[in-house]
Design a protein around this ligand. Structure first.
Ligand SMILES: [Zn+2]
Length: 299
C-alpha cells in the first residue's frame, strides 16, 4: 500500500524525516557534536542549536531536500515513485508540478547520496557479467563506435560505450550485487572478489577467459557453471541479470557517468521490492539520508 498520508501532510513528512535522520540521536551536521538543544522551529521542522559551534540547524539541514521551495512531502512522493515504479522524471514534473530541471537536480542529488553497496561475500559466489548499451546520451555521439568490421574481440569496455555490469550472487549471505565496472578484465574481477577471508572463496563462473587467472590462485576455488542444469543458484543470478536489463530498458542510451548511480537505484529497488509501502519508503530514505556522503559534499 502506498503511504499516501505521508505524501499529503507536510507535518507527517517532517516527522518521518526527523525519525529516520536522528535515529541514533540528534547531532550537529556541521561539527558532528551531540550537545545540541531544541531552538524553536523552521516551518514544520524542528530547529536546533549546537552548543559546540553555536550555529543553528533544522531537520532538513544538510540533506538533499534543503532550501527547496517545494514541500518535503512532494519530494518524498517523487523519490518513492521513482524508486518503486521507475517513474520517468518527465512524468514526475507533471505529477508534482515542479519543473523538470528542478526534479532532475534533486533526484541527482538524492542518487549521489546513495552509497556504493558494501560487499560482504561469504561464498560460494556466482559471478556473471552483461554489457549495457549506454551510449552518449545528451552528448555528442562519435561515429567511431559505429564501425562493426574492425570491432575488437572480447566483451565490452567503458570506452566502447558498453560498460560491463557484473552480477554477483552470494549463496552464503543470499545477497545479490549489480556492479558496473570500467572493464571486464582480470584486475576488475579481483577487485570485486577481494574479500580478505582466510578460506578459499568458491566462485562459479562461465568460460570467459578473464576468469582464468582464478584457476591458479589459492585464494579461489573456481567452479564452472553449467547452464541449464537447473541449479537454483545459477538461475537466481541469471534472472537478476535479466531484471537489471529490463530495469535499464526504458532508459536506453543512459549516459555512462549516470550508470553507476542508476544501478544503485536498481539495487535499492530490489531491496524494497517485497516490503509494504511504509517500510519501503523508510528504507529508501534511510539509504539516502544516513549516508555520510551528504555531509562530505556540504562541508
Ligand atoms: Zn556544531
Amino acid at each position: 500500500m502506498i503511504p499516501l498520508k505521508t505524501f499529503v501532510s507536510e507535518r507527517r513528512a517532517a516527522n518521518l524525516l526527523a525519525q529516520i535522520r536522528w535515529r541514533d540521536g540528534v547531532y550537529c551536521p556541521r561539527c558532528r557534536a551531540e550537545s545540541v538543544i531544541r531552538y524553536g522551529s523552521y516551518r514544520v521542522f524542528q530547529r536546533y542549536r549546537c552548543k559546540n559551534c553555536d550555529r543553528t540547524f533544522n531537520d532538513q539541514t544538510g540533506t538533499g531536500f534543503e532550501h527547496s521551495p517545494v514541500a518535503l512531502s512532494k519530494w518524498f512522493f517523487a523519490v518513492y515513485t521513482y524508486i518503486r515504479f521507475n517513474t520517468s522524471l518527465r512524468q514526475l514534473d507533471v505529477e508534482i508540478e515542479v519543473s523538470y530541471k528542478s526534479v532532475y537536480r534533486r533526484v541527482q542529488c538524492f542518487l549521489r547520496a546513495l552509497d556504493a553497496p558494501q560487499l560482504h561475500l561469504e561464498g560460494p559466489v556466482k559471478i556473471d557479467e552483461l554489457c549495457v548499451k549506454s551510449g552518449l546520451k545528451g552528448r555528442e555521439r562519435d561515429s567511431r563506435s559505429r564501425s562493426r568490421g574492425l570491432s575488437t574481440r572480447g566483451r565490452g569496455t567503458y570506452e566502447q560505450d558498453k560498460p560491463p555490469v557484473f552480477i554477483l550472487a552470494d549463496r552464503g549471505s543470499g545477497d545479490h550485487y549489480v556492479l558496473p565496472a570500467k572493464a571486464a578484465d582480470e584486475s576488475t574481477i579481483r577487485l570485486l572478489l577481494a574479500v580478505g577471508q582466510q578460506e578459499s572463496l568458491v566462485v562459479y563462473t562461465d568460460g570467459f577467459r578473464a576468469y582464468d587467472p582464478l584457476d591458479e590462485d589459492d585464494t579461489f576455488t573456481r567452479e564452472y557453471v553449467v547452464h541449464g542444469d537447473g541449479d537454483v543458484h545459477v538461475n537466481t543470478c541469471e534472472s537478476h541479470g535479466s531484471l537489471a536489463r529490463s530495469w535499464l530498458s526504458p532508459h536506453r542510451g543512459i549516459s555512462e557517468d549516470k550508470l553507476t548511480p542508476y544501478l544503485r537505484v536498481f539495487q535499492l529497488r530490489r531491496r524494497v521490492y517485497r516490503k509494504p509501502g511504509k517500510e519501503a519508503l523508510k528504507t529508501i530514505l534511510e539509504t539516502a539520508l544516513c549516508s555520510p556522503t551528504i555531509y562530505a559534499t556540504r562541508a
